[in-house]
Design a protein around this ligand. Structure first.
Ligand code: GLA
Length: 567
């Protein structure tokens, strides 16, 4: 890492971050200058989540594309058979809900009224009959179109561009619950406008329709698509090979801070069971998709799925990680030499961890609870989510991982240790959980966005601080108090490394879920602001930093000299 590195960074483009990983270098710890544009770009507009209330956890279901493409076996019998299998094989009970159909369901031409017409050979009873059948099983039904003049298949089925309301009304009348909206034949028209037009049309139908944006990451949808849709594809199409799957995982890993309930990064549908990878590789695929809070859309023909395919798809422990209500996408916390460790914060205060061996020989992968962002307990329970074995650790986590394999644990902290009596600096104490926008929370340094200890001296409005916590919105740090503490004081502000006027956040302190201090909006141009919080009787302290509404760029937020007084 260079001794002198540029201070504040706008978010690296996903492709650049991927290049770092693909080149075999460490994502965590790589110089930011390699991954960041040289000049600051304008701050993006806020991106409130789509307000349809859907996909509070990532959507789960089926889509035929990866197994059939447009071949003739994609038809009514297949879709009904998959719905039957959802029920008979326990996939519905495991959480899979949406039975979706992809391209090639329509005829190449609209009818004289301009309506889409289902292909009468594939779907002799129309689409509504299929949707009704799927609904009769207690499942939901989805279909496909493109934000262009035609869909993607070479046969060129009609797209939705310019027909948004007419098509959305038709789909709603059929009982459609989910739309995958592709990007082919888009005439070069503005992506935001094209995807927004369909979002507005879907909303105007009055039917809740999950909206899956599929523009392959071409226009950095993580910066805008949450305003319109429930998920957005981050890459081109997956294929049924290790290199395709792991390459897509790398690209999607760098986008973690953009995912949240109702708005997910989508690294494309699952290939599990399609035959091009080993079961070890498919377990890695499924583990990584769950760890990345990705939509889980089964892409193999479930009617003929093997027992091992079903065992992977029905691993309820791994599914629970994907569906965790906290709604955080896991982040890469170490990744050198093809040995990649990801940590995903969970609603119970624990973490799931994936240890992925991308090399071609068995390797030992080692990490620690501290690297995962948790601490402050004397022991931690580990559950291996594939072997189902339980164990405990005082902090070290290590496993022998086969080539292309993933070991996945759920890590649950034991009883936390309260802080010592007297006055402590928070940066000297172990937190029970630290969640940060980019990179880890730093002790006594600003947030450098990448690896551990890459920040600089904490500096707010020209004042430097030896002690404190360097964070990045959205940040959430938790400490166990054990009811013996009385007050917390801190000086807070956006670090000068954000570039003086960049960045704007709100600092908040919570005692057992009750807000006890709030900084109001603080920008990079502001002097340090003093916060005092009454912690009397509190068991848990949370330090929260939120973006103040203008995007999560430059939001380097310092908790300087955080003084905790305990009895
Ligand atoms: C694009 C999409 C795929 C699939 C095909 C259908 O390639 O990215 O997921 O929908 O179109 O033609």
């Amino acid at each position: 890492m260079p001794a002198e590195r540029p201070t504040c960074r706008r978010r690296p483009a996903a492709a650049a971050a991927f290049a770092l990983l693909a080149g075999g270098s460490l994502l965590a710890g790589a110089p930011a200058s390699a991954a960041s544009p040289t000049a600051p770009a304008p701050t993006p507009a806020p991106t409130p989540a789509a307000d349809n209330g859907l996909a509070r956890t990532p959507q789960m279901g089926f889509n035929n594309w990866n197994s059939t493409h447009c071949r003739a076996e994609f038809n009514e019998a297949m879709v009904k058979g998959v719905a039957d299998t959802f029920v008979s094989q326990g996939l519905k009970d495991a959480g899979y809900t949406y039975v979706n159909i992809d391209d090639c369901w329509a005829l190449p031409n609209r009818d004289t009224s301009g309506n889409l017409v289902p292909d009468p050979v594939r779907f002799p009873h129309g689409i509504k009959a299929v949707a009704d059948y799927v609904h009769s099983k207690g499942l939901k039904f989805g279909l496909y179109s493109s934000a262009g003049t035609k869909t993607c298949d070479v046969q060129g089925f009609p797209g939705g561009l310019g027909h948004e309301q007419q098509d959305a009304n038709l789909w709603a009348s059929w009982g459609v619950d989910y739309l995958k909206y592709d990007n082919c034949n888009n005439t070069g028209a503005d992506a935001k406008q094209r995807y927004r037009a369909m979002a507005d049309a879907l909303r105007a139908t009055g039917r809740p329709i999950l909206y899956s944006i599929c523009e392959w990451g071409e226009n950095q949808p993580w910066n805008w698509a949450a305003e319109y849709g429930n998920s957005w594809r981050t890459t081109g199409d997956i294929s049924d090979s290790w290199s395709s799957m792991i390459g897509i995982a790398h690209r999607n890993q760098s986008l973690a801070p953009y995912a949240r309930p109702g708005a997910w990064n989508d690294p494309d549908m699952l290939e599990v069971g399609n035959g091009g990878m080993t079961d070890t590789e498919y377990r890695t695929h499924f583990s990584l998709w769950a760890q990345m809070a990705a939509p889980l859309l089964i892409g193999s023909d479930l009617r003929s799925a093997s027992a091992s395919t079903l065992a992977i798809l029905k691993n309820t422990d791994v599914i629970a990680v994907d569906q965790d209500s906290l709604g955080k996408q896991g982040t890469v916390v170490a990744g050198s030499g093809g040995l990649v460790v990801m940590s995903k914060p969970l609603a119970d205060g624990g973490r799931s961890v994936t240890l992925t061996n991308e090399t071609t020989t068995t390797r030992t992968i080692t990490t620690s609870v501290e690297a995962l962002g948790i601490g402050g307990a004397s022991s931690y329970a580990l559950k291996d989510l594939w072997s189902k074995q339980n164990s405990t650790t005082t902090g070290a986590i290590s496993a022998s991982v086969p080539a292309h394999g993933t070991v996945m644990y759920r890590v649950t902290p034991g009883t936390p240790v309260p802080p010592p009596a007297g006055v402590s600096r928070l940066s000297d104490l172990p937190w029970t959980s630290a969640i940060n926008g980019w990179g880890p929370v730093e002790r006594d340094r600003s947030n450098g966005e990448q690896g551990a200890a890459d920040g600089r001296t904490l500096t707010i409005g020209g004042t430097t601080y030896a002690k404190g916590l360097g964070t990045h919105a959205a940040g959430d740090i938790t400490y166990y108090l054990g009811a013996g503490c009385s007050t917390l004081t801190a000086s807070v502000g956006v670090d000068d490394e954000s570039g003086g006027t960049n960045g704007s956040v709100v600092f908040q302190i919570y005692r057992d879920g009750t807000k006890v201090a709030d900084s109001g909006r603080v920008t990079g141009a502001d002097a340090p602001r003093a916060l005092t919080a009454d912690l009397s009787g509190g068991r848990e302290l949370r330090l929260v930093v939120t973006d103040s509404g203008d995007g999560i760029n430059y939001d380097h937020a310092d908790w300087a000299v955080p003084r905790l007084t305990c009895a």
